[in-house]
Write a protein that binds this ligand. Sequence first.
Ligand SMILES: Cc1cc2nc3c(=O)[nH]c(=O)nc-3n(C[C@H](O)[C@H](O)[C@H](O)COP(=O)(O)OP(=O)(O)OC[C@H]3O[C@@H](n4cnc5c(N)ncnc54)[C@H](O)[C@@H]3O)c2cc1C
Length: 436
Amino acid sequence: MAHNFDVIIIGGGILGTSISYFLSFLNKSKKIAVVEQAHSVAFHTSGRNTGKVHAPYLYNPEKKKLFAKAAFHGFGMWEEYAKLRDLPFKKDGVIEVALDKKGIKVLEKYLKWGKQNGLGNKDIELMDKTELKKIEPEINCEAALYVYRDGSVDYSTFTRSIMKDSKQNGTKFLLDTKVTKIKKENDRWTITLNNEHKIFAKFLINAAGGEAVDIAHNAGVAEKVTDVHFRGEYWKVPKEYSNLTKTSVYSVPEFPDYPFLDPHWIIRVDGSCEIGPNAVPVFSPYGYNKTENIKEFIPKVLEMLGSGARKAIFDKQFQQLAMNEIQSSMSKSAMIDRVKRFLPKIDADKITEKGTAGIRSSVIDENGKFVPDVILVDDETSFHVLNYNSPGATGALPFSAHIVKHLNKTGLFNSEDLNVQCGPWKFNEIIENLQE
Ligand SMILES: Cc1cc2nc3c(=O)[nH]c(=O)nc-3n(C[C@H](O)[C@H](O)[C@H](O)COP(=O)(O)OP(=O)(O)OC[C@H]3O[C@@H](n4cnc5c(N)ncnc54)[C@H](O)[C@@H]3O)c2cc1C
């Protein structure tokens, strides 16, 4: 194995893999590697999500402008990429329901945000309950937002395909390889892999998902923030419910100030149906089971007590939310009941099989507040992406192009010509779309 690299990307999730993709087109002469501890790319959050290509109606254009734009353009880019590589992409839409008068106000706000974020009149429509009943007779609600420009995919397949393209341009993927230590020495990074080998890099990109905050701290940046991990669990629904609705259904979240939604009714790209995810606090970004959570319990609690997360833990509303979520993890019917509010036909007794859980890591600032947006941290020889949460998979391609453009601007790669063809897209056109 070569030991010296120009750029090392930590994390082979959808973000790190997509960053490598654009870098590989723009910097063909550079030696680039992605280091991923799992056996395959997208093994963690990127392959354990709801699989929706989200229309950007949930995001305040003032507070999450770049994220919303990335989601808007991500839809078109994934659709195009799916066609190019013959991967499944279903434009199947989504319905967001309001269960009370307060919820209708929220839908009106979402409609406005959706349009501000680029959706047209044909992409999104507010309906009263009678109109919706004609289309979806099994759904009970007060009003609904029908979002036609929303899709379903399998992000693991997409990430594996992007990896293949990136590899063809020369990127190395070091799989089954964990970065166990990073140290800056003599203007370059010494990176220890699996506690054994050392490799060296001029520049480090941290796209490590649930470990991104720890790696940033090890690099000496973003020391004031910490993160809290939430496990999103799913239940698989038997085939007899497959035709209950034509479309996936979300409900207006009960606690909109927190960075997760209530469990949804999901129709996946292969037509199977699931209920989820909830958001159960856990102690590790890989806390899928008890063993891992017990192992990480003491270090994580000590870390939280010594940071802004302490204030969040003692916040009454957060405690109530955490209790709801823990209850919906311990009791299947507590979780199913949250969806039964708008799909009363479902019988929890018929649902017996769990789906694949995924974990999101939300960043908390020093005041104990959840940070709503992604955090990008520039350092002289490293770049860190923290809090890259939903709809991160949707926006991964344009967002990665944005990061690569930013790194180029800071003088790292000095590619003068950005009119480069990257697969089906011109790099500078992606950037122009994001700036509009
Ligand atoms: C339950 C749930 C549902 C979601 N649903 C959707 C959805 O429907 N649509 C959507 O757009 N978004 C969704 N999201 C959000 C989306 O999945 C994430 O924003 C996205 O996957 C984040 O990608 P990532 O590459 O940053 O992180 P990850 O996929 O977590 O990748 C980070 C990688 O870094 C690796 N890594 C970390 N530390 C090290 C180390 N020290 N050495 C080597 N490797 C390391 C990890 O193994 C991991 O593979 C959902 C998220 C969750 C949790």
